[in-house]
Design a protein around this ligand. Structure first.
Ligand code: PGA
Length: 251
């Protein structure tokens, strides 16, 4: 159990999956849950489906958000989606700096920081992703990598530190079925919280640090039991309502 007042957040990252029909049944499945999990639920859907999420989820206990946002406010940025547009479609949160964006779209630590700042300026909760590759872990560089990724974000968010969410997602665990052990994850989460505390001790206790990377119903409970693991960012398992709910219910 978390020793703090941080409310567990279970956020689904649908990635580039779904269709109007599939989303309708997935969202209906999530909404049909009658259990009394204390976790906060969110789904981060492809931008085109935000209108659908808004229409299905408005007034429910499930939040929704996007998977990326432009660092710019508006203007000549073909293909981009602005934070204000996300707000207009009722988003509460947005994933920023996912490792797939960092590797396939060459997003730098600085760009990730600008996006986090842009999200906060529109009162969106940025879910900022950090995490090392297998090679970096084998070189014992995990802490150095996570610190390097996080430092510009912490500079950019400044006094709004308490309003962000961080997701620790070891790249080697994403979509691979390999999970960090609870102890491995806890070590990095504690290190991240210590980094936050160097900036602002009080806010550091408020920030939720999610674990992501092959979190499933059968490993969620022990991960979520660690003192600095405050929730999960769920990829594959978030596409199945029963699995997603089972994870939330193990919090
Ligand atoms: P996964 O993805 O749960 O499928 O490993 C997690 C993520 O990439 O956010």
């Amino acid at each position: 159990m978390s020793l703090s007042m941080r409310r567990t957040l279970i956020a689904g990252n649908w990635k580039m999956n779904g269709s109007l029909a599939a989303n309708a049944s997935l969202l209906a499945g999530i909404l049909s849950d009658r259990s009394t999990s204390s976790a906060q639920l969110a789904v981060c859907v492809p931008a085109l489906y935000l209108a659908q999420a808004q229409s299905v989820l408005s007034g429910s206990h499930v939040l929704w958000g996007a998977q990326d946002v432009s660092a710019h406010e508006k203007g000549a940025f073909t293909g981009e989606v602005s934070a204000q547009m996300l707000v207009e479609f009722g988003c509460s949160c947005v994933i920023i700096g996912h490792s797939e964006r960092r590797s396939y779209h060459a997003e730098s630590d600085e760009l990730v920081a600008q996006k986090a700042q842009r999200a906060l300026a529109s009162r969106l909760i940025p879910i900022v992703c950090v995490g090392e590759t297998l090679e970096e872990r084998e070189q014992d560089a995990t802490n150095a990598v996570v610190s390097r990724q996080l430092a510009p974000v912490l500079d950019a968010v400044g006094t709004q530190l308490g309003s962000i969410v961080i997701a620790y997602e070891p790249v080697w665990a994403i979509g691979t079925g390999k999970t960090a052990t609870p102890d491995m994850a806890q070590q990095v989460h504690a290190r991240i919280r210590a980094m936050l505390a160097e900036r602002d001790a009080e806010s550091a206790q408020q920030v939720r640090i999610l674990y992501g990377g092959s979190m499933k119903p059968d490993n969620a409970r022990e991960l979520l039991a660690m003192p600095d693991i405050d929730g999960g960012l769920i990829g594959g398992a978030s596409l199945n309502a029963l699995d997603f709910l089972a994870i939330a219910n193990s919090a």
